[in-house]
Design a protein around this ligand. Structure first.
Ligand code: FPP
Length: 248
């Protein structure tokens, strides 16, 4: 029997951002506690970081915990915070060896001092790495980020008529990071949930029914292939279309 040839990846998004959704449903389907789903989600994340390095994606951003996630039951919030701390303890040395540079997006203040320290240590240790820039949105909300940016601009005394899109961009948590080319949301939900709302204005969005713990290198490969079929216009027209006469 003829084996189907694997489709080649021709276009790799420079920056992939992911809303990792579906851990709870993954656990429920297996009669497991929700925390088991979040732990399985951590394994998925480890695989996806490796896959991004293999595919030569340069920026990966994940939505780990939103400013709204504090409304979840206390036990789950505590469990998630423990997972994030353990993750940083366990994974950072290896991420550092792999050349991953870690960033935090969001407000640190509400995090426990221990978690703030772990995050800061991870950022300091990996700051010179350049294989993959990995940003963890933790206690992050896009609307809060814009409010934060405006407050900073006001504090700096920048005159109103000097404020433009670039000024806002420079005051977002992502000031040093390019906008995402592709945003993936797993689990079939079709919302943006306050994730990178400024930065994703012209991103390609991909919604997949796969639950986050089942999202693997093959799924990422398919997402990248799908991205390669999209024609990005940034509100204008593609190069080919520019050549055609405009009929309005
Ligand atoms: C959504 O599942 C996922 C989260 C709330 C984010 C937490 C993600 C992880 C623990 C993965 C690993 C990340 C790090 C940084 C170690 P959900 O609970 O909303 O799922 P549901 O919609 O099926 O209930």
């Amino acid at each position: 029997m003829l084996k189907k040839k694997k489709q080649e990846i021709t276009v790799v998004p420079n920056h992939i951002a992911i809303i990792m959704d579906g851990n709870g449903r993954w656990a429920k389907a297996r009669f497991l506690p929700r925390m088991a789903g979040h732990r399985a989600g951590t394994e998925s994340l480890r695989k996806i970081i490796r896959a991004c390095i293999d595919f030569e994606v340069r920026y990966l951003t994940i939505y780990a915990f939103s400013t709204e996630n504090w409304k979840r039951p206390h036990d789950e919030v505590e469990g998630l915070m423990n997972i994030f701390g353990e993750y940083l303890d366990k994974e950072v040395p290896e991420l550092n060896e792999q050349g991953v540079q870690i960033h935090h997006l969001g407000s640190k203040q509400e995090l426990s001092p221990a978690l703030q320290n772990k995050m800061q240590n991870a950022i300091d240790l990996t700051k010179d790495n350049n294989k993959l820039t990995f940003s963890i949105a933790l206690n992050y909300g896009g609307q809060d980020e814009i409010v934060h940016a405006i407050r900073e601009i006001v504090k700096e005394g920048i005159p109103a008529d000097e404020i433009n899109k670039e000024t806002i961009k420079q005051h977002l948590y992502t000031s040093t990071i390019p906008d995402p080319d592709l945003v993936i949301r797993t689990s079939g939900e079709m919302r943006t949930s306050n994730f990178l709302i400024w930065q994703s204005a012209y991103s390609e969005w991909l919604f997949t029914k796969t639950l986050w713990p089942d999202f693997n290198k093959k799924a990422l490969r398919e997402a990248i292939l799908e991205y390669g079929t999209r024609s990005r216009r940034f509100g204008g027209r593609t190069e080919d279309e520019q050549k055609e006469p405009y009929h309005g």
